[in-house]
Structures are given as C-alpha cells and as structure tokens.
Design a protein around this ligand. Sequence first.
Ligand code: SAM
Length: 238
Amino acid sequence: MTFTDCLAKAAAEYGLQLATGQLEAFTMYYQLLIEWNEKMNLTAIREPEEVAVKHMVDSLTCYDPKYFPTGCRVMDVGTGAGFPGLPLKIFRPDIKLTLLDSLNKRLLFLQEVVQRLDLTGTVTVHSRAEEGARQPKYREQFDVALSRAVARLNVLTELCLPYVKTGGHFIALKGAQYQQETEEAAAAIRVLGGRLAETRPVTLPGLPDSRAVIYIKKIKPTVAAYPRRPGQPEKKPL
Ligand SMILES: C[S@@+](CC[C@H](N)C(=O)[O-])C[C@H]1O[C@@H](n2cnc3c(N)ncnc32)[C@H](O)[C@@H]1O
C-alpha cells in the first residue's frame, strides 16, 4: 500500500477525515522525511504504515478544536522531525506554528518541509527550551505549547508551561507510563502556574500499547525563576 493509502485508512479508522490536498501534503512530508533520513538521523520509523500511524495520526491525537482557537499561536518544544507540530499545521493551516529544537541540523530539514509544502505562518527556532522561554518574544506568548517524546512530564512542564499565556494550554503526548508521570508532575504543574485539565487515553489503529494526551491549563503566570538554566529541570525535577 502507498503511504497516501495507509494514511487515509489510518486517519479514517481514528475518526479523522483528511482532504485530498492534506493527503498530498502529508505524502510530500513523508517523502522528504525518508529522503533526508538517509543523510541525517531523523526517525527510526520508516515504513509507510508505521509513519502514517505512529507519526502522522499520533500527532493529530492531541487535536481538539476547543484547545486550538482560530489563528492560535502554537509552540512545539523539541519538535525533532516536526512531530506533533507539522501534522497539526497541515490539518489546521490557520495555526501560527513555532517549531523549536536545540539541534540545528533538524531545523534545516524542517525549513525545507515548510518551504516545499508552503506552510505559511510557520517559523523555526534554534534554542534550548530553557533559554527560549526566557526571551520576551516567546515567554507566555502562546495559546498552546505541545511536546512529544522529549522528557518526563515533571521536567517537560518546566520546559513548556513558561511559553503559554494564562488561559492557554500545555499539551503533552505521552506513552504507557502517563498515569505515573502525571502523578509525579503534580508539584511541577502547580509551581509553574498550571492545573491538570484533562487526561485522554488514546488508542492508535492496530496498536495495542496504551498512551494518552495530557492537557494542562495555565491558570496564572509562571514565576520568573522558571525555567531554570539548561539541564537543571532534568537534573533536579520539581
Ligand atoms: C526523541 S526526539 C522527539 C522529537 C519529536 N518531538 C517526536 O516526537 O518525534 C527529542 C527532541 O527534543 C530535542 N530536545 C531535547 N531536549 C531539548 C531542550 N531542552 N530544548 C530543545 N530541544 C530539546 C532533541 O534535540 C530532539 O530533537
């Protein structure tokens, strides 16, 4: 089966309808991912069906219009090869997307995808999450901060919540240990100005493993001490 067919099938099984133009954009993204993966390490997942489910549909599992108002500003922290930010942007082109990663060569790939798919309203930022969140142009400027596969939730909350405006959300895509991680992150969420809004268990087509999307609402500004300097959130989680 071609990637396009795999994706259309997986998305439909998950309950998402993708338009022809969106399927074309996802397919071009897949082709660039495979092409660039030969010269740099972007993903260990390469088979069409696996990429369709574990990267593209998985990224879209966090989508709910109630968390993504029209024209909202979204920051993807530790985006790597663009997940979950780029699939969301293809799905909802009105989103103003910022893709942040500390590894510059991945940003070159992302810039190529953004240009080839003409994803206007998308910018890339080369920075450690801890440093980006101290810049006034990013701190508390986003309706949504998203992240997948970057750190445990207690650490990740310190990397992401400072980017979110009061009233916005930090959304974490998490694997099987999500309940334990959520309990472990209770203090960090409170200290950084958040409140757990929702935990949504997710089942991906054809996959038995458990996962969930965690929605954390920002209820007050993050105090200036956070995030701490690079490495500290991981070394001494709140
Ligand atoms: C395992 S990859 C996950 C990439 C992508 N989010 C995904 O789900 O496929 C982790 C990414 O986070 C980035 N990263 C890790 N710690 C970071 C930090 N403190 N600031 C910015 N990027 C970070 C790494 O460079 C890497 O690209």
